[in-house]
Structures are given as structure tokens and as C-alpha cells.
Design a protein around this ligand. Sequence first.
Ligand code: 5AD
Ligand code: SF4
Length: 464
Amino acid sequence: MQEEQAYYLNQICSENALYAQQNGKSKKCLIHTFGCQMNERDSEILFGFLTQMGYEKTEKESEADFILLNTCCIREKAESKVLSQLGELKKLKQNNPDLLIGVCGCMVQQKGMADTIRSSAPHVDLIFGTHNLHNLPVYVYNLYRGKGRQITVLEQEEAIQEGMPAYREYPFKALVNIVYGCNNFCTYCIVPYVRGRERSRKQADIVQEVKQLVKEGVIEVTLLGQNVNSYGLDLHDGTTFAGLLRELDKIEGLRRIRYMTSHPKDLTEELVQTIAASSKICNHFHLPVQSGSSRILKLMNRRYTKEDYLRLVALIRRYMPDAAITTDIIVGFPGETEADFLETIDLVKQVQFDSAFTFIYSRRTGTPAAIMEDPISLEEKKERLQRLNDVLGEIGRHINDGLEDKVVEVLVEGPSKTNTEMLSGRTSTNKTVIFAGDSSLIGRIVKVTITEAQTWILKGALAE
Ligand code: 5AD
Ligand code: SF4
């Protein structure tokens, strides 16, 4: 496969080099990435391919020769964003018929979606799903050869592809896939249908990749999986997530290890002990609870109860009292009553989450929950979301207030988005800290004294 990829990449690269020579500029590409870090990581690979083809990265649609939408379908809102963007690209294509437009990712992996886009968006040249992104070189080659629209979505996942190129945005931190797909089939969730079954990468491949990244200057890695806790189980050779973490922990020069996402049903005491014993694995548990009502959790097929979740939190606090705990919560799951919702509020107050991503339930065609009765109005769901966010905000603020005057270690990521004069970075607990400092600190871990707590961010001053 890699030889084939290299062949097509070389062919395209020579043509693009000729174009650059004749036009005095290289071709430019732009990828719009929607959704989660899995998609971000996929976009790094897609950018890697495009760079090898001789494309330069641009942020401006108007100067792009190739625009790719890497899509998400986790909620309806994510899909409507893609569709409206796709509509806008139509005008661009009218002005520039040579523009290549591609759509890939989770949204097109849904049954029938590729056909819908094929017929409703004739300006789209290229469609591929989540299982065949490594074929981008051949699709682009075929487009260059005038072989017509390239539309291929595989129903089933293929073997894991190692050794793909990547274009990483940050030199000092990196995303690393460890397990693809999901076997959990939470009843509201589309992911298992668009990302396939769980497939773990070999531990040796992951360790080698991280070592290489560290050699290139990376000090923080984020390990990615829909459920990292089940990493390795499909390999049937004794590989486990805790074991992988212990191996990565030994890598000299690596300073921080993060991971996303952890399913509460598979979080073991051994894992908590491993994390507690490591100085590199961050002091942060992102542990999506989804609901505080055991009745709703059962309907969601989450396979734990409110009490199980609270026991887990107690376990974490026993080993790591300073760890931040964050979560995902869905309000308005079909049939959620006021009493169910109050169970969620109660759980949130008991756990004292540092922060949470909160969502209104969004019906996904093809999932079991899509056909459950859902008598609650959207108005009421919005009102519940607001009440929940108010409680979370108060708790978050209270926890952050406790950090004032404390000295924390911050990995400096770059200028602050809201004030480019300031630097922004993250603590081990994944809190954003804004402080004044020289841009030479970007990519380093520095000590910062917290001077002012806000609900979702901290302000500070360099301590050294
Ligand atoms: N509606 C709303 N939120 C959802 N999530 C997943 N599926 C849905 C849906 N159909 C949320 C869950 C998950 C996060 C990534 O997205 O909270 O943890
Ligand atoms: Fe979706 Fe549940 Fe799998 Fe997470 S664990 S991706 S919520 S099905």
C-alpha cells in the first residue's frame, strides 16, 4: 500500500511542481476540520499527504486550489455547519472551476449520505469516508487524470495503516491514535456506525511513534481513542492501557501524557494507581458521565449506575486528591423527566466537576434512541441545559477560586486567542492560564502564580 501511495504522491508532486514553475506560485490547500480530536488527527494525516503532493497550506478559501471538509455528525448542529459551508463553496467553484472540493470524515460515512451529497452537490469532486483516508493520493491522482468524480466510502474498516505522513500544527505537542472505533453502542451515539469496531494499534508501534515525536521536540502527547480504557483488549496478547501508559512513562524527554476519552465502565483501580504513580500522566480525568439518573443511564446503555460513577470518583480522589475531573453530559435524552434531570444536578454537585461539555440530546438516525419516545419540548431541554450550566459554572468558579496565589506548571501553547499580547497555556489539570511573557517561552513548561480566577480560565504571572 505504501509503495502505491508513494507512486501517486510522486506523480502528483511532479505535476504540481510544473504548475508552480509555470505560475510562479505553488498550489494551495485548505482543510476545514469539524468535530473531535480524532478528526483533527485525521486532518494532520490528510495535510501530510497534501504537503507531500506539493500543496502549501492556506487559511483563505479564495486562494485555495483544493478545499477539503473533514466532517462530523455527532449532533445535528455539526452536520448543518458542514452543509452550510458546502453551500458556500458552490459560489467559489463557479468563480474558479479548477478548484477541487472534497468531503470526508464521519458525516459521509453514514448510510446514504455520500449519494445525497453526490446528487445534491455536483460541485463536490471527491468524497471518501473514515476507513479510506489513506487512499487520498490515488483519488487526487484520478482527479488530475480527468477520471471524473471520485466517490468511495467503504462499509467496513480495513487493517490499521502505519507510517502515514502528518503535518502537525504544534512542534511541542502531538495527538497519537491508540485505538480506533468503538464497540459500546451507547444508544444515542452515531460513532460506532461511522468509525467501525475497536481496533488497537500495536503497543510497539505506539511506543516507537512517541519516541520519534520526542526526538523531534514533542514534550506532550495526547493518546486518542473513543474508549482508551479498552485499548489492547482486541489484540488478545495481554496488552492493556495501563501497560501502555507504563511504557510511555519511561520515555526520556517526554514530559506530559494525556488521553481521551475514558469510559467509566472500564476505569480500573490498576489504571488509577498507574496514573497516580506517574509524574508525566496528567492530573486530569475526563470521564463522561452523560447523565446522573441510573434509569436514563440504562436506557443509554452506559453499563454503570449513578452509584458506580460516584464510587469511581471516590477512588480517583483517594489516590489523586488534586486531580481535576471533567465530564460530558447530555440533557433531554428521550423520556428524561424532571426527576431524572435533578439526579444529574445532584451528581454534578456531589462530584464537583472542574468543567463539563454539556449538550442537548440530538436525534441520530439509525441509533436505538432515535425511535424512543421523546415527549419533552426543545424549550424545556434548553431550560435544563441552562440550569445545568449555571450549576457547573458556580462549581467551576469555586474550584478555580481555590487556586488563587498557588504556583502551577503551565505548558505554554502560544499567544492567547482573546489577547494576543498575552501567552496562553495549560496546567496538568487541563486548565487554561493566561499570563504575560515572551514568545520564546512557547513550547516550554513554566511556573506561573495564579493571580485571578475566573469561571473557565485562570490569569497568572510568571513565577520565575
Ligand atoms: N446528542 C447529544 N450529544 C451527544 N454526544 C454523543 N452523541 C450525542 C447525541 N446524539 C455527546 C456525548 C459524548 C460527546 C462526545 O458527545 O456526551 O461524550
Ligand atoms: Fe459514542 Fe458511547 Fe462509543 Fe463514546 S463510548 S463513542 S458515546 S458509543
